[in-house]
Design a protein around this ligand. Structure first.
Ligand code: TXA
Ligand code: MG
Length: 322
């Protein structure tokens, strides 16, 4: 049975009870909804993998309230701490070596890390996520709250469509404001590396570091959940389209496709004014809507690649791969 509650104070209390008992709670973050479990409880974490139908045990992001909580779990270098101080709470995930605990119980179990000696940590900014983390007082492991292979959910309804019956409680906090997942930066190698482009633009991170982000090492674990077809919807997407072909519907940006005169076959415009933040917020809901309508062939307008455009184009490439 899945309960869905508006995310008020009473619902947070209920959520903490469920997490403490090893159950699953879906909750909104500023990026996408997460499917949360007590990160220190391997049985609870195993339920996350079962609910998502994940093929393997990808390591999960451990959500924490703040930098102090993160430092109980990971060895954060001065540069990693600088990013945390600058961008947390917010859409940035830091991968760093796990802290040697010497017998003290770690808040993130081996299964949540998929056995790696590193851990991915993020302090989300969404008030519901913050309230939940503060009330629970321990890290919450949470991948995006979708079935494996589906796009990430940005509403409680999306979560219910994918995971009804598999999650104990969905905290409904409305639509998430950002709409794309967090940016993941690894501090495992000497040079910080961008493992996944996301809501926080690379340029802002590089400005804070006063250095370029490296590409991930080939032999490093490169955000293992990022297989190319990870975000694939059922529809076939043709990217950077200059107009519609026969049988195609359009996913527009800034009215570019509409300008070719195919207005009645345009399913949505991610941002009529060409605002990239708005486009990011609308992307996953638009992809879900395309599948819900059973459309087979979609032409996607070109989208600029700078700033948040790097993450939007990354997700579109994955959605187009098959
Ligand atoms: O915005 C987000 O990041 C959302 C919200 C819920 O916080 N979460 C999210 O989680 O997107 P998920 O599980 O869908 O993606 C987590 C990514 C995966 O690609 C995973 O492989 C990577 O983080 N990851 C986790 N731990 C890692 C580690 N120790 N080393 C390298 N990559 C890691
Ligand atoms: Mg995901």
């Amino acid at each position: 049975m899945t309960e869905i509650l508006p995310a008020d104070g009473r619902a947070i209390v209920r959520a903490v009870e469920i997490l403490a008992a090893g159950g699953l709670v879906a909750f909104p973050t500023e990026t996408v909804y997460g499917l949360g479990a007590d990160a220190g409880n391997p049985l609870a974490v195993a339920r996350i993998y079962a609910a998502k139908g994940r093929p393997g045990f990808n390591p999960l992001i451990a959500h924490v309230a703040d930098l102090a909580a993160a430092q109980r779990e990971a060895e954060l270098s001065p540069m990693a701490q600088r990013l945390a101080a600058r961008f947390w709470p917010g859409p940035l995930t830091l991968v760093a070596p796990v802290v040697a605990t010497f017998g003290a119980k770690s808040g993130v179990c081996d299964l949540a890390r998929a056995g790696l000696a590193s851990v991915a940590l993020r302090a989300p900014a969404h008030p519901v996520a913050q309230a939940l983390l503060v009330a629970f007082g321990r890290p919450i492991a949470a991948p995006s709250a979708n079935r494996s292979g589906h796009v990430s959910p940005v509403t409680a309804e999306h979560v219910a469509a994918d995971l009804s019956g598999k999650v104990d409680l969905i905290l409904d906090g409305g639509r998430t404001p950002a709409g794309l997942e967090s940016t993941i930066v690894s501090f495992i190698s000497p040079a910080p590396a961008l493992l996944r482009p996301g809501m926080l633009p690379r340029e802002e991170i590089e400005a804070a570091l006063r250095d370029k982000l490296a590409a991930p090492d080939d032999d490093a674990v490169v955000a293992p959940g990022m297989t190319t077809a990870h975000y694939a919807p059922a529809a076939r997407l043709r990217l950077a389209a200059q107009g519609l072909e026969k049988d195609e519907y359009g996913l527009d940006f800034g009215g570019q496709l509409a300008a070719y005169g195919s207005v009645n076959r345009i399913v949505a415009d991610l941002s009529p004014e060409g605002d990239m933040i708005e486009a990011a917020a609308n992307l996953f809901a638009a992809l879900r809507d395309i599948d819900a309508r059973g459309l087979a062939n979609i032409a996607v307008a070109p989208i600029p690649t700078e700033g948040i455009g790097e993450a939007i184009n990354d997700r579109l490439r994955r959605a187009a791969a098959r």
